[in-house]
Design a protein around this ligand. Structure first.
Ligand code: A3P
Length: 400
C-alpha cells in the first residue's frame, strides 16, 4: 500500500504517520543483537540470520508493511557482491530495449548507473521516513532487494510477481565483499580486516544478509517449488554464456527476442552493453555516485575484477577448504552442489562451487586449470585435494 498522504493505518482507529512507522521499526531493530563483523556498519541479527545494518533493516520492514506488488513486477534478489549490478543492467536493458535501443545515444546507461535504473527497496525506496508512491510507475516495474526470501515484502509473494535471483560461489562472494567492506572501513577510519578474519565471520554466518547458505537455500527452494515465479542464475554460468542467460531472462519476464531481433544481433548487443569492460568505461561509472540510505557510493566501487575464481589469489587452501566444507555440509541434499542446468538442449552438471566443473569443461578451459594448478603448487598437499588432482590430469591431457 503506498501512502502518499504520509500516514499508515496501523490498526483501526489509529493512523500512524510514516515517521512513527519508521521510529517503531527503528526501536525494534535497535533492540536486536548486533556485530560489526566484516562490515563497516553494525549488522543486526534477527532469528539467527539476516544480518543487515540498521537503516536497510528498517526499510525492509517498512517495505513489508507498505509495498503493494503487482503480478507484472520483477524483483531482482541477490546477496551483495554476487552480480547484482550486472543482472540489473541485463534486466533493465532487456525489458526496455524497445524504448531504449541498445545503441541509442540517449540510452539511460549513459547517465544512470544500474542501481539508479532498478532501485533497492531497503536502500533507496523505503528510506528517510518516506513511503514512496510507486503506483504511477508503468508496468513492468523493476525493483531489487538483498533480503532473504523469508523477508521479502509479503505482497511480493502474494502477488505471484517474478523474482530473478543470482548466486555466486561463496568464496568469490566473500572476497568481493571483503574488498568492498575494507574500502569503506578505511574511509571511515577503521582498520582493514584480514581476509582470514573476514572468512571467520563469514563461516559463522555473520555477513551482510547472511548467513550466505540460508540466503541461497531460501531462493533455491522457492525456485524448485515455483520455477515459473523464481528464476535462479549463477554468476559463474552467466560468465560462461551471458547470451543464453539474456535469452532465458527475456523469456522468464515475458519479452522474448523476436526472430528479427535475433538476426539483428540484439542479444549480443545487450551482452556487450552490460559487459564488465563496457560498464567500467562509462563516464557514469567513472564519475557517478548512487545515493543509498547508508550514504553516497561511487559507482566505480560496484566493479572490481568481475572474474570467476579470483578467490585463488586471496584465500589460503585451508581457508578455501573450510568454506567449501561448510558449503558442502549446508547444501548436501539440496541439489545445489550438483545442480543440472540446461544449455542449448544439453544437460550439464553444475555445482555451486566455482571450480567444480565437469571434466570436459575443465580440459577445455586452460586458464581455469592454470589458476587451479597455481593453487595446488602453493599448497603442497595434493593428496587432500581429490578434485584438483583430476584437474591436474586434465592439464596433462591438454598439454599432450
Ligand atoms: P568482484 O569484486 O569479484 O570483481 P554486486 O553488483 O552484487 O555488488 O557484485 C559486485 C561484483 O560483481 C564485483 O565482483 C564486480 O566486479 C562484479 N561485476 C559488476 N558488474 C559486472 C559485470 N557487468 N559483469 C561481470 N561482473 C560484474
Amino acid at each position: 500500500m503506498s501512502s502518499s498522504a504520509g500516514t499508515y493505518p496501523q490498526q483501526e482507529g489509529h493512523a500512524e504517520t510514516n515517521e512513527e512507522l519508521y521510529q517503531r521499526f527503528t526501536k525494534l531493530v535497535s533492540s536486536w543483537p548486533c556485530s560489526q563483523a566484516l562490515s563497516n556498519y553494525q549488522l543486526y541479527c534477527h532469528h539467527g540470520g539476516w544480518h543487515g545494518s540498521l537503516a536497510p533493516m528498517v526499510g525492509t520492514m517498512v517495505a513489508d508493511a507498505c509495498f503493494a506488488a503487482r503480478p507484472s513486477d520483477v524483483v531482482v534478489a541477490t546477496l551483495p557482491k554476487s552480480g547484482t549490478t550486472w543482472i540489473k543492467a541485463l534486466l533493465y536493458s532487456t525489458v526496455h530495449r524497445a524504448e531504449h535501443p541498445v545503441g541509442s545515444s540517449d540510452h539511460p546507461f549513459n547517465s544512470l548507473g544500474p542501481h539508479e535504473c532498478i532501485k533497492f527497496f531497503e536502500y533507496q525506496l523505503y528510506t528517510g521516513n518516506r513511503v514512496p508512491d510507486l503506483d504511477e510507475l508503468p508496468d513492468p516495474r523493476l525493483f531489487a532487494t538483498h533480503v532473504p526470501f523469508a523477508s521479502l515484502p509479503r505482497s511480493v509473494l502474494a502477488s505471484g510477481c517474478k523474482i530473478v535471483y543470482v548466486c555466486r560461489d561463496p568464496k568469490d562472494h566473500l572476497i568481493s565483499q571483503w574488498s568492498f567492506a575494507n574500502k569503506f572501513r578505511v574511509r571511515d577510519g577503521l582498520e582493514p580486516l584480514s581476509v582470514e578474519a573476514a572468512a571467520g565471520f563469514f563461516c559463522d554466518g555473520v555477513s551482510p544478509f547472511g548467513p550466505y547458505w540460508d540466503h541461497v537455500l531460501g531462493y533455491w527452494r522457492a525456485h524448485l517449488a515455483h520455477p515459473e515465479q523464481v528464476l535462479f542464475f549463477r554468476y559463474e554460468e552467466m560468465s560462461r554464456d551471458p547470451a543464453a542467460h539474456v535469452r532465458r531472462l527475456a523469456e522468464f519476464v515475458g519479452c522474448q527476442f523476436s526472430v528479427e531481433e535475433e538476426e539483428d544481433g540484439v542479444v549480443d548487443a545487450i551482452v556487450k552493453l552490460c559487459s564488465f569492460e563496457n560498464m567500467t568505461g562509462l563516464e557514469v561509472t567513472k564519475r557517478g555516485k548512487t545515493e543509498l540510505v547508508v550514504g553516497a557510493v561511487e559507482n566505480s566501487s560496484f566493479f572490481r575484477r568481475g572474474v570467476v575464481a579470483d578467490w585463488v589469489n586471496h584465500l589460503s587452501p585451508e581457508t578455501a577448504g573450510r568454506i567449501d566444507a561448510v558449503t558442502e555440509a549446508r547444501f548436501r541434499g539440496s541439489g545445489l552442489l550438483t545442480a543440472k542446468s540446461k544449455n542449448k538442449g544439453e544437460i550439464r552438471e553444475r555445482g555451486i562451487i566455482a571450480g567444480r566443473w565437469s571434466k570436459e569443461e575443465q580440459s577445455g578451459d586452460l586458464a581455469f586449470i592454470l589458476l587451479k594448478l597455481k593453487l595446488q603448487l602453493d599448497d603442497d598437499k595434493l593428496d587432500l585435494w581429490q578434485d584438483h588432482l583430476c584437474i591436474l590430469k586434465c592439464l596433462v591431457m591438454t598439454c599432450k
